[in-house]
Design a protein around this ligand. Structure first.
Ligand code: ADP
Ligand code: MG
Length: 243
């Protein structure tokens, strides 16, 4: 498999706290990697390091062979290759749904308004909210807003999508509509890194599960192997609490 995200010997500290301890892993093109682990284990920090929302102390992270620059126009362009969806929906609250999915395309991808709107509407349709295009984000449900956030990230034609607990802030009845969109993306061959506590999604969509604890990758396995026969005591303990 062609490597798309390569993380090599990455370390990160917050003061005295060693949050990423020598993390090495590769996400192949088209691969879906689900990251699970207890709260505070460094999952969000790893996601944020991958698109340079966080600096790292040592090691190297490349996307499609390129290291993201620390700042400048090059960073905006390369960061657009990494779509990110957070727990909180992070839409531009004073812009319409359609504007949310077109502004980045025009600014970073230099598309015309017409082009951006065409692509934006296609993606809103794909995530099932095309009929909400003229509304403001606050008029949408949480599940709809999160689907708009996914469409907005996709509009930049990212090479990889990172999801950091995308359903954790949603009411239970809205979780599946977001997971279904994500599973559809996975089926269509999108490269994805997904931090989630939704074990059903991991079983259904993951090619590989990466279990983190205390800033380390403790276990890496197929979902079948991981869920049926975790090898580490940390993973066994974690699974006994979430399953
Ligand atoms: P997870 O996403 O697995 O819950 P995080 O990556 O958010 O874990 O956090 C890993 C550790 O780093 C936690 O102990 C957290 O408290 C700490 N941490 C996260 N962000 C910061 C920050 N900006 N400053 C200091 N400590 C932080
Ligand atoms: Mg987190």
């Amino acid at each position: 498999m062609q490597p798309l995200v390569v993380v090599e010997g990455v370390n990160k500290h917050y003061g005295e706290l060693h949050v990423l301890k020598d993390i090495t892993t590769t996400v192949g093109k088209g691969e879906v990697v689900v990251v699970i682990g207890p709260s505070g284990s460094g999952k969000s920090t790893l996601c944020r390091a991958i698109n340079r929302l966080e600096t790292i102390d040592s090691g190297r992270i490349t996307i499609d062979g390129k290291e993201l620059p620390a700042e400048g126009a090059g960073l905006a362009r390369l960061r657009a290759d990494v779509g990110m969806v957070f727990q909180s929906f992070n839409l531009f609250s004073h812009k319409t749904v359609l504007q949310n999915v077109t502004l980045g395309q025009m600014k970073v991808r230099k598309r015309s308004k017409a082009e951006a709107e065409k692509r934006g509407m296609e993606l809103l349709d794909r995530v099932g909210v095309a009929n909400q295009a003229g509304k403001m984000p606050a008029q949408l449900s949480g599940g709809q807003q999160q689907r708009v956030a996914i469409a907005r990230a996709l509009a930049m034609d990212p090479k990889v999508m990172l999801f950091d607990e995308p359903t954790s802030a949603l009411d239970p009845e809205m979780i599946n509509e977001v997971l279904d969109v994500m599973a559809g993306l996975a089926e269509d061959g999108m490269t994805m890194v997904v931090v989630t506590h939704e074990m059903g999604f991991a079983r259904r969509a993951a090619d590989r599960v990466l279990f983190m604890a205390d800033g380390q990758i403790v276990e890496e396995a197929t979902p079948e192997a991981f869920f049926s026969a975790p090898t580490s005591s940390r993973a066994k303990d974690f699974l006994s609490k979430v399953l």
